[in-house]
Ligand binder design. Structure first.
Ligand SMILES: [Zn+2]
Length: 64
């Protein structure tokens, strides 16, 4: 069976990714792109109404 490898486009950067076991982060081309996408999803999902705490000096944690 020739050419049974599927090629997908990385959702983050549109780079072509071979859909195979070695591509650990498929459909993303890399862990970086996967994290970027997950981050966008998470920030979308975790958007909470700012009601409980004042958004001033509560968070001293640098964002990663
Ligand atoms: Zn990518």
């Amino acid at each position: 069976m020739p050419d049974s490898v599927r090629i997908v486009a990385c959702p983050t950067c549109r780079k072509e990714v071979r859909w195979e076991p070695q591509s650990r982060y498929r459909p993303f081309c890399s862990e970086r792109c996967r994290l970027i996408d997950l981050g966008q999803w998470a920030s979308e999902n975790y958007r909470v109404p700012a009601s409980e705490e004042s958004p001033s000096s509560e968070n001293g944690d640098p964002q990663r």
